[in-house]
Design a protein around this ligand. Structure first.
Ligand SMILES: [Zn+2]
Length: 373
């Protein structure tokens, strides 16, 4: 049973994790098994874009093929999420904080059950290249939907945004964060993970949970400086609408097995024994994945030019010192050598020190020290 949505006239019909119109698409038909490509193709077949789309998500990121961005991406992502009371609910296909809606809602108990009411609070936004993308909700997938060089991660978070003023499925943006397994459970997830209902029916109890706030801003602020991959993709659930801006942060967060297991158990309850909610990776086709820092500083056209010039500078400096070293060693008269090079005494002393360290081998150094030049 889903919560009453009668109070949400502007709620987007955006099933980022929710069921499709007929509610029967699946990740796999066999309980307890990984996601299955054939089962997804069959059960998602009525959604034309899911099958025919050429810019679908998720993808496998081949890190060696990730191109430096054509324009500077460093500093282009600036999260400004607000700390507001959480709304942790079970969509039937996963855990989600908040509704897919520009407004912030809370569950309120009434005489016959519960309803959702807007609070007037802002959930905040993220600036992307200076454009304001309003934050709607964050939800989780296990295992990760996007993969890195073919490898899955135990958990992936999707922070769903939409460009300010846009409606429907237009101008959506997702900031994705990957989690790695660790011994200790995540304190960040621990702040609210326990409040997610294990079954959709339990969403009716959300009105009874205490007010709880989570520092989503702190999490993104921690991870954004590590850089990210960027590409154009789609929703990863039907109707697989394309034109979604994807940003996958390179910094990974930690999660323990127990926290992953809670999501898997909830999925099993709502998906008839299926414990996963990842769509299979999709062909990249014509798309290019770009990336930013830290590699971006070295791989950008400016970076390549800078380091090339630096390399030439050191090459000629060492060449000059090497010539000075050999010329001086071949002459019994240092004064004559200095005269030939036109180098004053102080300058020559510096060159001597440098050539001993750079060009002269141990044997030559020894000869020089023994006065056999
Ligand atoms: Zn997602």
């Amino acid at each position: 049973m889903r919560r009453c949505h009668g109070a949400l006239p502007v709620l987007l019909a955006l099933p980022v994790l929710g069921a499709g119109p007929n509610g029967d698409w699946v990740y796999t038909k066999t309980p307890g098994t990984p996601s299955n490509r054939a089962d997804q193709l069959e059960s998602w077949s009525e959604f034309h874009t899911c099958i025919e789309g050429r810019s679908q998500s998720p993808i496998d990121i081949v890190t060696a093929d990730a191109a430096p961005a054509a324009e500077a991406l460093d500093g282009a992502i600036v999260p400004r999420l607000e700390t507001v009371p959480i709304l942790p609910w079970n969509t039937g296909h996963g855990f989600q904080l908040h509704e897919t809606n520009p407004e912030h809602f809370q569950v309120i108990a009434n005489g016959t059950g519960t309803t959702e009411e807007p609070t007037g609070l802002s959930k905040g936004y993220t600036l992307m290249h200076g454009d304001q993308y309003n934050f709607y909700q964050v939800h989780w997938h296990t295992p990760s939907e996007n993969t890195i060089d073919g490898a899955h991660f135990p958990l992936e978070a999707h922070f769903v945004h939409q460009l300010n003023g846009s409606t429907g499925y237009t101008n959506l943006a997702v900031i994705a964060v990957l989690y790695e397994l660790q011994e200790d459970c995540s304190d960040f997830l621990g702040d609210f993970w326990g409040y997610f209902p294990l079954a959709e029916e339990d969403n009716d109890n959300l009105a009874s949970i205490p007010d709880r706030v989570v520092d989503l801003q702190g999490m993104l602020e921690t991870a954004v400086p590590g850089g990210y991959y960027h590409w154009s993709g789609s929703l990863t659930t039907p109707p697989c609408t394309e034109g979604v801006t994807w940003v996958l942060l390179k910094t990974r967060l930690g999660v323990c097995q127990r926290q992953v297991d809670k999501l898997a158990s909830a999925l099993s309850t709502t998906q008839h024994g299926v414990r996963v909610n990842n769509r299979m990776t999709q062909p990249l086709n014509q798309r290019v994945v770009t990336q930013t820092a830290p590699e971006d500083a070295l791989l950008s056209p400016y970076g390549i030019a800078f380091y090339s010039l630096l390399g030439f500078f050191w090459f000629f400096l060492l060449l000059l010192l090497g010539v000075a070293c050999c010329r001086r060693r071949s002459s019994p008269n240092t004064k004559l050598f200095e005269a030939e090079m036109g180098v004053p005494e102080l300058g020559m002393a510096k060159a001597d020190g440098a050539k001993a360290a750079v060009r002269c081998g141990p044997e030559e150094e020894g000869r020089e020290h023994n006065g056999h030049l």
